[in-house]
Design a binder for this molecule. Structure first.
Ligand code: PLP
Length: 362
C-alpha cells in the first residue's frame, strides 16, 4: 500500500486495493489452474463460472427483476448512445432526452440519427449547473422513452432520484451505478461503462427489460442487436474477459461491505466532508447548485487560474492525484467513487485549508 497515492481520477478510477492484488495473481495463474485468467477460453467452465457469478451478484446488489437481461458488451458507454435508439426508436418514433451535460448531448446527437428527439429540459445555458426538479418539464405523449444521465461526471450534478414520469426510463449510470439503491423496474434500460465505479475500461453493463429485445429493426447488424447478446449470455463472440472478471471481484467486495445501502451512506459521508469544506469558505466554489450536487464528482474552483495550477501541483506532490478539472469547465474536480477511501477525502480537506491559509487572496 505504501506506494499508492490517493487517486481522484474521474475514470478509469480507483479500485479496491485488495481487488487489484487478487487480479494481479489471477492474471498469472487463475485459481491454481496453471493458466492465467487472460489466457483462458471464454467458454471454459472456469470462465463461465466467473461470468455467472458476476451476473448473479449484480442482480442481487441491484435487485434486478427476473424479466431483465444483464449484458456484458464492448464499445464503451458511448456505443450505447447509438445502440439504444438503433434498437428502441426507429423512424417516425419519438424519444425524450434531458440535457444535463456533455454525455447527454452526445446521446442526443446519436438518437437524432434514428428518430425524432425532443429535449424537454436543458441546463446548457446555465453551464449545466443543475438537473431538473420534478415537474419542471413535460414529456410528449407519444414519446417512447425518457432518457437521463443519472450522474453528470463532468459537471458534478446528479439526479437525487429517478425522474418522475409515466414513461419508460432509459438511464446512463456510468458514473454512479451501485453508488446507491435504484428502482430498476422503472427503467427499460440502464447502462454503465465499467471504468468509473465498477472496474476497468473494456466492458459496458447493459440491463434491459426482456420485452424490448424484439423491438430491434430487422436490418440491424447482428453485433448491434441486444437480442444477439441476450440470447447467448453475452457469449455470441469473445467478451471482454478480464474486465468482466474485475467487475466480478469489485461486486464481491461491495457485497462484503454490505451492498448499496451501506456504500450510499459512506458516499454521503465522504461527499459531505468535501462539500462542507467548500461551503465553509469563499475561497473554494462548487460548480453545481446545492440541490443537484453529485456524491461522486465534485468540481470546484479557486480564486484564480494561477492558484488552481499551484493547488493541483502541490496536491500532486503530496499524493493527492488527478484533481485537474475536465477541459470543458476547467478548475478542479475530485472524483470520489465507491472505492475511493474516506481517508483520501480527509487528506484533501486538510490540504485545502492549509492551501487557503498560505495563499490568501491579495
Ligand atoms: C465516461 C462517461 C461516458 C463515456 O464512457 P466511454 O466508456 O468512454 O464511452 C458516458 N457517460 C457518462 C455518464 C460517463 O461518465
Amino acid at each position: 500500500m505504501a506506494d499508492r497515492v490517493f487517486n481522484f481520477s474521474p475514470g478509469p478510477a480507483t479500485l479496491p486495493y485488495e481487488v487489484l492484488l487478487k487480479a494481479g495473481k489471477d492474471v498469472v495463474n487463475f485459481q491454481e489452474t496453471g493458466i492465467g485468467l487472460i489466457e483462458m477460453s471464454h467458454r471454459s467452465k472456469e470462465f463461465i463460472a466467473v461470468t455467472d457469478e458476476t451476473e448473479a451478484n449484480l442482480r442481487d446488489l441491484m435487485s434486478i427483476p427476473d424479466n431483465y437481461k444483464v449484458l456484458f458488451l464492448q464499445g464503451g458507454a458511448s456505443t450505447q448512445f447509438f445502440m439504444i435508439p438503433m434498437n428502441l426508436l426507429g423512424a417516425g418514433k419519438k424519444a425524450s432526452y434531458l440535457n444535463t451535460g456533455t454525455w447527454s448531448k452526445k446521446a442526443i446527437k446519436e438518437a437524432q440519427l434514428f428518430g425524432e428527439v425532443e429535449v424537454p429540459y436543458s441546463s446548457e445555458e446555465t453551464g449545466f449547473k443543475r438537473v431538473p426538479q420534478p415537474g419542471e418539464y413535460t414529456v410528449a405523449e407519444n414519446s417512447e422513452y425518457l432518457y437521463y444521465v443519472s450522474n453528470n461526471t463532468i459537471y458534478g450534478t446528479q439526479f437525487p432520484k429517478a425522474p418522475e414520469t409515466e414513461k419508460m426510463l432509459v438511464s446512463d449510470m456510468s458514473s454512479d451505478i451501485l453508488s446507491r439503491p435504484v428502482d430498476v423496474s422503472k427503467h427499460g434500460l440502464i447502462f454503465a461503462g465499467a471504468q468509473k465505479n465498477l472496474g476497468p475500461a473494456g466492458v459496458t453493463i447493459v440491463i434491459i427489460r426482456e420485452d424490448l429485445l424484439v423491438r430491434t429493426p430487422a436490418n440491424t447488424p447482428t453485433m448491434l442487436a441486444y437480442k444477439t447478446h441476450a440470447d447467448k449470455g453475452s457469449m455470441f463472440n469473445t467478451p471482454p474477459c478480464f474486465a468482466i472478471y474485475v467487475v466480478g471481484e469489485v461486486l464481491k467486495w461491495l457485497k462484503q461491505l454490505g451492498g448499496v445501502t451501506v456504500i450510499e451512506k459512506m458516499n454521503i459521508e465522504k461527499a459531505n466532508l468535501l462539500y462542507n469544506a467548500i461551503d465553509a469558505s469563499d475561497y473554494y466554489r462548487g460548480h453545481a447548485e446545492k440541490e443537484s450536487r453529485s456524491l461522486m464528482n465534485i468540481p470546484f474552483t479557486l480564486p484564480s487560474k494561477e492558484l488552481e495550477a499551484k493547488f493541483i501541483a502541490e496536491a500532486t506532490a503530496r499524493g493527492l492525484n488527478g484533481l485537474k478539472g475536465h477541459r470543458s469547465i476547467g478548475g478542479c474536480r475530485a472524483s470520489i467513487y465507491n472505492a475511493f477511501p474516506q481517508e483520501g477525502v480527509v487528506k484533501l480537506v486538510e490540504f485545502m485549508k492549509e492551501f487557503e491559509a498560505k495563499n490568501p487572496i491579495a
